[in-house]
Design a protein around this ligand. Structure first.
Ligand code: SAM
Length: 178
C-alpha cells in the first residue's frame, strides 16, 4: 500500500500524518487507501482489543449501500443529505444512488477538513445529477439547510421532541451516520 493520499494532498500535506486520525483509521478498516502508517497502527491496536471492529464497520458501510439502494429503487427518493460523510470509499452514496437513478442529488456534510479535502476531489457527480459538500458541524442546522438548498429542493427543519434537531430535505432523505 502506498503511504498515503499524496496525490490528493500534494508533496507537503498540511495535515499531520504522523498522528492517527479518526477518519483515516476508519478508511483503513474499510480497506481504503487514504491512510498513513500511524492510522494503520492505531487501527490495528483497536482490532487487538476489539477483534470485531473491521467486520462491524464494513457491515455498517454495506448497510448504508443497501439502504440507499432501497430508498432509490423502492421508495423513489432522489435527494440525500449525508451528514458525517467520512473519507470517500467507493461505492459512495451518490454512486449507489445515481447507478439506479442518474438524476439523484447528494449533499455531503462533515466537519473534518481532511474529509472535505478528499470529498471535493472524489465525490463528483454524474452529469445528470449533482453533488455538493458542506463543511459544517451537524449541530449547525441553519447553515446546513441554507447551503444544502443550493442543491436540494424543499429543505425544512424539524424539531425533534427532546433535544436533537433533524433536517429533512423533501422529498429526499437525511442520512445521519456520525
Ligand atoms: C464513522 S465516520 C462515518 C462514515 C460514513 N458515514 C459511513 O457510514 O461509512 C463518522 C464521520 O462523522 C464526522 N463527524 C463527527 N462529528 C461530526 C459533527 N459534529 N459534525 C459533522 N460531522 C461529524 C466525522 O468527521 C467522520 O467523518
Amino acid at each position: 500500500m502506498a503511504d498515503g493520499p499524496d496525490d490528493l494532498l500534494g508533496e507537503n500535506p498540511t495535515f499531520d500524518t504522523s498522528v492517527a486520525h479518526q477518519a483515516r483509521v476508519y478508511d483503513y478498516w474499510l480497506g481504503g487507501k487514504d491512510n498513513y502508517a500511524a492510522d494503520r497502527k492505531a487501527g490495528d491496536a483497536v482490532s487487538e482489543v476489539y477483534p470485531g471492529i473491521v467486520a462491524a464497520v464494513r457491515a455498517q458501510r454495506a448497510f448504508l449501500g443497501r439502504a440507499v439502494r432501497y430508498l432509490v429503487a423502492e421508495a423513489g427518493i432522489r435527494q440525500f443529505l449525508d451528514i458525517g460523510t467520512g473519507i470517500p470509499t467507493s461505492p459512495n452514496v451518490h454512486e449507489v444512488a445515481q447507478s439506479l437513478a442518474r438524476e439523484c442529488r447528494v449533499v455531503y456534510v462533515d466537519n473534518d477538513p481532511i474529509v472535505l479535502t478528499h470529498a471535493r476531489a472524489l465525490l463528483t457527480s454524474g452529469p445528470h445529477g449533482a453533488t455538493d459538500y458542506i463543511d459544517a458541524d451537524f449541530h449547525d442546522t441553519g447553515m446546513i439547510l441554507r447551503e444544502a438548498a443550493r442543491t436540494l429542493d424543499g429543505c425544512v427543519k424539524l424539531i425533534w421532541p427532546h433535544r436533537s434537531t433533524l433536517i429533512w430535505p423533501r422529498p429526499g432523505l437525511v442520512l445521519a451516520v456520525v
